[in-house]
Design a protein around this ligand. Sequence first.
Ligand code: URA
Length: 244
Amino acid sequence: MAKNRELIRLDKFLSGQLNISRNDAKELIKKRLVTINGTVAKLYETKVDPAKDTVVSEGREVTYRKHVYIMMNKPQGVVCSTRDGESKTVLELVPPELFREGIFPAGRLDKDTEGFVFLTDDGTLAHNILSPKKHVSKVYFARLEKEAEDSYIDLFAKGLEIDGGDVCLPAKIEILDDRREVYITIKEGMYHQIKRMAEAVGNKIVYLKRIKIGGVDLDPGLPLGACREMLHKEIEDICTQFLP
Ligand code: URA
């Protein structure tokens, strides 16, 4: 008998996987609309083995996902917290079919920063992405107030000291043809880090967008404010840049 096999109550399974309330899940069962392996389920508390059992609700198979992994293209004006009294939060942008209790943004962007936000209810993966020790890189496109100087390349590579005395891990800056535009790659996520790095070299960020986390690019087809579930390969790749 597999000891670690996770058995879940049917009403909990349905509410978690379909993002409906526990009462709505019970209602489906009461109305005889749910089958397990072809047999109509009668009890809310029947145990489901997600690895083995086939659950069908209202004629549609309920495929089990232990965790959800979401890529969002955050627009400006939205905050990366789970609750905010005034502004819209990233959670409010997650459509009901992707929403799960317990999802949160793994890494914050400022209210005025756009781009890739990764949301999940998988605490272990989120921890790995956020830990500076794991060296998962984050790439930003930035527009600067003044043209970038070549000296930035070495300064960023050596580890900039930013205001407050924090010293950044070595970072990479790539200056584009329009020298006010750069790509910056960092492997940590200190508060306002990119803005403080720009200030440390005497410049200022006027526009910031995160375009990559680990080995995963922000989907160029994802409009601002939209999100989509991440592909299996992307979930693997988001951690590929760990150092040994
Ligand atoms: N660095 C910043 O300054 N702001 C962000 O939103 C992300 C990184």
